[in-house]
Design a protein around this ligand. Structure first.
Ligand code: ARG
Length: 479
């Protein structure tokens, strides 16, 4: 679908908006300047709202018929025209004309082409101000479900990889310096829980967006006997607006969705960053499947983690979408202002970005190969067990601060004198040879036993919790 200057196949019988003229033609002595249309048009991107616009219009005319503003016959004629418009839009046979400033104008113009004076009753009691607010809420409801689906899909992959990871462990890092060994499952689940909070945020945001603005008119309601509550219910909204000014000027739901998308993308970016690091030769913890990696145009040996890098890079876009739109909103007086048309591009961009990133990372993570030997080799460096040595001293009655200093000094000597840590541990009076077991490969991770910790005991519990959480998320999606 793209705007063209083709004329439509049928012409109206008695059009009240003459074909090709703006909706406000009665008030104006001359037609719009080319620059005006070029500058104000939103059709190239708001066509995505076509199905929502049709849905809203069907509910609106059903309400008009219920309250007696349309006869049953007129209602039927408009519904038939809307059906035809839908068919034309879906089969790419809808012909846009230059005066089709946005999708709402285009559909109403075409309904009037088809249904003549009856079609011209479609917009009774409605403004594009409440119409566009409605359409965008309907769109967000649909798209929100798709966002949830993509996030839950990625969580599923992370959980599956965690379940398959068994007792594989790697170094956990702070400051990107090796700190203590953790199970791979534990590390993967850390990303799972961040996404679980994003899922919660989506649900919360969608619940607050679940308010119908239709019936607010341009800003003040109507003198006609409209029934906003009926139409809200018809469209499946749980609530109807309380204040017509607020209804047409409120874009909190857009700002909230942008925040949820931006934070989600930040989480995806952090996962992306780890994939980039882990797939380097320096780390060597992960190999990306060929299908999810890219090559270099010049360097034959290269295998690059472009998906992970783009997931990281695109966080910048979604943050920009959020901050840019907040700047658009700030300072707008009540009620509708054309500035609000600037809600759609950031919203579409951020949500497309986020959904695409989640899907691409899910594919990458599902097919990547972990390299347990490299992970273990890095994790088993004796220094990574320093905390366990200090904790052994604590168990033997040494105050922790003192234990920390004793072990810290062993580490310093080991580094400065180039002596193996186990030798120093053996000769340290507070520790001795029986402390050496703590330095055995794989020991430190098994000793992380506290709830929510990184060792096998708590991770089994965590895997169960994650499985339960995912089942709950799946049931929300089915609702
Ligand atoms: N395309 C417009 C938008 O997205 C529709 C509403 C136009 N309303 C108006 N009063 N000009 O906001």
């Amino acid at each position: 679908m793209s705007p063209t200057d083709d004329v439509p196949s049928s012409t109206p019988s008695t059009p009240s908006t003459p074909h090709g003229q703006p909706l406000w033609h009665g008030r104006f002595g001359e037609g719009p300047a080319g620059e005006l249309l070029d500058y104000t048009v939103s059709l190239p991107y708001d066509q995505r709202l076509a199905d929502d616009d049709l849905r809203g219009s069907r509910a609106h005319v059903a309400m008009l018929a219920r309250v007696g503003l349309l006869t049953q016959d007129e209602h039927a004629v408009i519904v038939t025209a809307l059906n035809r418009v839908e068919e034309e839009l879906h089969t790419n046979t809808f012909r846009f004309v230059p005066s089709d400033e946005d999708i709402h104008t285009a559909i109403e113009r075409r309904v009037t082409d088809i249904a003549g004076a009856t079609g011209a009753k479609l917009h009774t009691g409605r403004s594009r101000n409440d119409q566009v607010a409605l359409d965008l809420r309907l769109w967000l409801r649909r798209e929100g479900a798709a966002q949830l689906d993509a996030l839950v899909g990625l969580q599923e992959v992370l959980l599956q990889r965690a379940l398959d990871a068994g007792d594989v462990y790697l170094p956990g890092y702070t400051h990107l310096q090796r700190a203590q060994p953790v199970l791979l499952a534990h590390h993967l689940l850390a990303h799972f829980w961040a996404l679980a909070r994003d899922v919660d945020r989506w649900r919360d945001c969608l619940a607050r967006a679940d308010v119908s603005p239709l019936g607010a008119g341009a800003l003040a309601g109507s003198s006609l006997p409209l029934d906003p509550a009926w139409v809200a219910e018809e469209l499946g909204f749980s609530e109807v607006f309380a204040n017509s000014l607020d209804a047409v000027s409120d874009r909190d739901f857009v700002a909230e969705a942008l925040f949820v998308a931006a934070l989600t993308q930040v989480h995806l970016s952090r996962l992306g960053e780890e994939i980039v690091l882990w797939s380097t030769e320096e780390f060597g913890f992960l190999r990306i499947a060929d299908a999810y990696a890219t090559g270099s145009s010049m360097l034959p040996q290269k295998k690059n983690p472009d998906i992970a890098e783009l997931a990281r890079g695109r966080a910048g876009r979604t943050i920009g979408d959020l901050t840019g739109f907040l700047a658009t909103l700030k300072g707008l007086p009540l009620a509708y202002n054309r500035d609000l048309q600037e809600d759609k591009e950031p919203l579409f961009d951020a949500l497309d970005t986020c959904r695409g990133s989640a899907r691409a990372l899910a594919g990458l993570m599902a097919t990547a190969t972990f390299v347990p030997e490299r992970m273990a080799a890095a994790a088993d460096a004796p220094l990574n067990a320093a905390t366990d040595l200090a904790e052994l001293l604590v168990e033997r009655g040494t105050p922790f601060r003192e234990a920390h200093a004793i072990v810290g000094s062993l580490v310093r000597q080991s580094i400065e004198r180039g002596l193996p840590l186990d030798e120093l541990v053996t000769t340290e009076p507070h520790l001795g040879p029986d402390a050496l077991a703590l330095l055995e490969p794989g020991t430190a991770v098994r000793r992380r036993t506290t709830p929510g910790g990184a060792g096998p005991g708590p991770v089994v519990v965590q895997l169960d919790a994650a499985r339960e959480r995912l089942a709950r998320e799946r049931s929300w999606l089915d609702d």
